[in-house]
Ligand binder design. Structure first.
Ligand code: ZN
Length: 315
């Protein structure tokens, strides 16, 4: 090998190593999680039907694992219990999202933890439960003292925080859809699906871009969804879209192994409701207004319904 070739050769190796390091730090990996299970159904889609459709989307698309955060107060019948068992039987996992969906910011530590303990004991009768707690409303407690006390209680019971990295307003899109359906409006389901997928994807990119800009890496992401009608209708479409962008769906347990899982400091982290990436950046002094995607806003979603022409009668 002459000198010139050898120099080119080592430049090529350096370039490859650089690209590899970029790939490693910008992982493009995301786990799927659902809150508030088992959410009640309606006359157009029963709760059980919703569960079957969500499971079908996951299994048809070979998603190995997903985590369903259970609000145990939503378990009101044998069917509700069967729905949770169905997720576990299909190989997915359940976790803890409180009993009464209390806000840790608006209730005392004692009340919050009583409710936590109640959910914990109810979950003991289910299989496939992982000890992750997701705070309702992503409210971790409004004071350092409260956050520290709650965190100590979770740790004592071997719970880790089931944080999210990608927040969104899927719940509001769903509520608008249900209201339109109830009002008997003519719904364009293709347009609704497109709105759902594109809005959630914009949120994923937004929080990933924030991480890349400020943390200089892309963490293993955790997508927040709700166990709602839109997930039952469009989860498959969402999964396909994520993969079409070169991303990989990973298990929630793998995502929660990311270094950002241990970044939470109860005393310092007072801003948690936009997810873990935003919480870390807030603790580093990044302005709050930069930490929230525009679609996390009801008026913005109202406009999207009009732009995407979801119903004929939207103005
Ligand atoms: Zn919730």
């Amino acid at each position: 090998m002459n000198k010139q070739v050898s120099k080119e050769h080592s430049l090529l190796i350096a370039a490859c190593l650089f690209l590899l390091s970029i790939n490693a730090s910008f992982a493009k990996q995301i786990a799927i999680t659902f809150d508030d299970a088992p959410l009640v159904g309606n006359k157009n889609m029963s709760g059980l039907q919703k569960t079957h459709q969500i499971i079908a989307h996951l299994t048809d698309n070979q998603v190995d694992d997903a985590l369903f955060f259970v609000t145990t107060g939503n378990i009101n019948s044998n069917t509700d219990r069967q729905r949770l068992a169905a997720y576990a039987n299909a190989g997915f996992h359940l976790a803890h999202h409180s009993h009464s969906h209390l806000s840790a910011n608006k209730n005392s530590v004692v009340k919050y933890l009583e409710d936590f303990d109640k959910a914990n004991s109810i979950l003991e009768s289910f299989k496939g439960v992982l000890k992750y707690h997701r705070f309702p409303f992503l409210h971790y407690g409004e004071t350092a003292k409260k956050r520290t006390a709650i965190h100590a209680h979770l740790a004592k019971h071997n719970y880790k925080i089931g944080y999210v990295t990608v927040d969104n307003y899927d719940w509001y899109i769903n509520s608008k859809f249900l209201a339109a359906q109830k009002a008997g409006l003519n719904i364009n389901y293709d347009n609704l699906g497109q709105l759902y997928v594109e809005t959630l994807w914009a949120g994923i990119q937004f929080y990933d871009d924030l991480a890349k800009e400020h943390l200089k890496r892309s963490p293993k992401h955790v997508l927040l969804l709700h166990e709602n009608e839109l997930a039952a209708l469009y989860l498959g479409k969402m999964i396909e879209h994520i993969r079409s962008q070169g991303w990989e769906i990973i298990s929630p347990q793998e995502a929660f192994d990311d270094p950002i899982s241990s970044a939470y400091k109860p005393a310092q982290f007072h801003f948690n409701k936009q997810g873990r990436v935003a919480a870390i950046l807030d603790s580093q002094g990044v302005e709050k207004r930069k930490l929230r995607h525009p679609s996390e806003n009801t008026e913005f979603i109202d406009k999207l319904f009009s732009i995407y022409q979801v119903t004929k009668n939207t103005d």
